[in-house]
Design a protein around this ligand. Sequence first.
Ligand code: GLN
Length: 453
Amino acid sequence: MNPSNSLEQKLLIIKDKISASKTNSVIRNRIKRIDLKKTREGLLKDKTFLIKDNIAIKDEPLTCASSILESYISPYNATVIDKIEFEGGVIIGQTNCDEFAMGSSSEFSIYGSVRNPFDHNLVAGGSSGGSAAAIAEDLSDIALGSDTGGSVRQPAAFCGIYGLKPSYGRISRYGLVAHASSFDTIGIMSKSIVDVYNTFCTISGQDHKDSTSVDIKVPKNPSFEDSKFPKSVGVVSDKILKNINIEIAGKYRQLVDYLKSKKVKIIEIDLPYFNYCIPAYYVLTMAEASSNLSRFDGVRYGNRANTKDLSELYIETRSKGFSDEVKRRIMTGTYVLSSGYYDAYFSKALKVRRLIKNGYSELFNKCENLLIPTTPELPFKLKNNLEDPLKMYLSDMFTVPINLAGIASLNIPAGFSSDNLPIGLQLVSNSFKEETLFSLAHILGEEEIFEAN
Ligand code: GLN
């Protein structure tokens, strides 16, 4: 069989699997339109990619699962798409998510909720729940998501796969629809740590189209041969573990014991300003979102209401086009930025963010990596948190600190609960030290660490 034939076979199998899937994870596939003659040699040769529907692919819809962009077609490629195709990766379709990547359950979507592949009555996590579920179901080798406060790592944990949130500035955001620009990152999901690594090497690097991208060398020709344990790992105290799901805490302790047995120095840490992370995160991201989403006004992009005058046009378009969660964030964000409240909320949250960032920098003076639970709970029931936004926001308590600090983190699969639901844990590194995450994850992936239930 010649190589392009084998890709063709692979795509046919995937196409059937997508049709049979019951999770509502893939909302569009372009397999029929892929020109097999145009695929290239490279690091990602013949690897399939699914892309969250908030990353631009030329001539494809880009809706962010929102009614306001339902008819919008992207006129250009995100930088990550060009880079993937240059290295031989094949873009096969787009995945469901929370509207404008705001949510933790992939239920706020015009396409309906994503379901967890391990139990269809449970959420897949969010906001990149479609990407995570699709990987868990083997609908693609690799998927891209976006992580502003946990949206790659939390669904990766809920679906039992790897999910990388890179350091801020590592991967170009050009072509990622902005949610909260100083937090947003494009993340990578896969069942294979080698595939995550190869994708990371391909899409990292400075890009003149994203002025926040940074010129720091990324490893070429990856090899895992010299993977080694970190000298020291910071771990959370029993006080934190007592307050989370007991089975997640159990897997956490098993991993700590394993690291100890390998002579890694274990250092108990306090997560810096832990109780202030969720409030600071939501003040800052809602403020940034209120400004970023002002461009969706019915004039420049997407759907437009049919009205008599301009201000009515803005009001009608935005009232109809956004759902309640997005409106809640735009209104709260506008409020914390308004002149009477700016100092009380926005500027205070910025100061808290600085303290958090400094706190993490200090931790990395004594620990090479940190180990933190990804989620406080197992995948929850569909509709469970929909009526209670605060409950939904709290499911990000262990992921948002990483985005506030701009550092890197990788969700690794850490076995299963007694009900056979996936559990995930986060390995965390300082900015631009992702290679330490890959090394450790690779070693852990080769071992039987987590006891079966
Ligand atoms: N769940 C978080 C939020 O709703 C994170 C979102 C994300 O990372 N895109 O803000």
